[in-house]
Design a binder for this molecule. Structure first.
Ligand SMILES: [Ca+2]
Ligand SMILES: [Ca+2]
Ligand SMILES: [Ca+2]
Length: 184
């Protein structure tokens, strides 16, 4: 698999072995980029070769996270499994060089939110919340407007109060910002 870029794991079929989702064949020039999104599944023996199944190819494939997920370029796309198919829903297409992507249940309602940011002109870091319980419609809240050229972000509880916070690193802005979750 050429130009492997990003991976994440989740046991989507609950058989005790995590599946791996990969993004590869990404190029910085969109016209050259293929951007494969591939799902790897183990057989009964994880030491034997795994089977690979292509979920999608989208030139901007750059970051993948399970929630149902993926992102970069100017888009954040969500993949939801439906029968044997994967349905792509683009929830954001106004990014400039989208690069930061993380997921976590920020408001403790049992459903993950998506945190995503871009490092191109206009720098924004935003939170996307599933609005229809199906991953088809998402509400966007801009968390930082112009303050961080998000290269990567993580959702963890940094303050020890049980509520997940967000940390983001800025590329050209050169900063590391903590966004504390003050929700009750
Ligand atoms: Ca599995
Ligand atoms: Ca939530
Ligand atoms: Ca916290």
């Amino acid at each position: 698999m050429p130009r492997l870029l990003n991976a994440d794991c989740w046991d989507i079929d609950s058989d005790g072995v995590p599946e791996i989702v990969l993004a590869y064949r990404f190029e910085s020039h969109p016209e050259k980029s293929v951007g494969k999104v591939m799902l790897l599944k183990s057989g009964p023996d994880v030491r034997k070769p795994w089977t690979a199944r292509e979920i999608d190819h989208i030139p901007t494939a750059h970051r993948v996270r399970w929630i149902d997920c993926e992102g970069n370029g100017n888009q954040v796309a969500v993949y939801t499994p439906q029968h044997e198919q994967w349905i792509r829903t683009v929830i954001e297409d106004t990014m400039q060089n989208g690069h930061a992507l993380a997921v976590g249940d920020l408001d403790a309602d049992g459903r993950d939110e998506i945190v995503s940011g871009f490092r191109g002109k206009g720098y924004q870091l935003s939170i996307y919340q599933d609005a229809d319980l199906q991953g088809k419609r998402w509400n966007k809240t801009v968390l930082d407007d112009g303050g961080i050229a998000g290269a990567d972000c993580l959702v963890e509880d940094f303050t020890g109060n049980g509520r997940p916070d967000i940390i983001c690193i800025g590329a050209s802005t050169g900063n590391v910002n903590l966004y504390e979750n003050l929700a009750h």
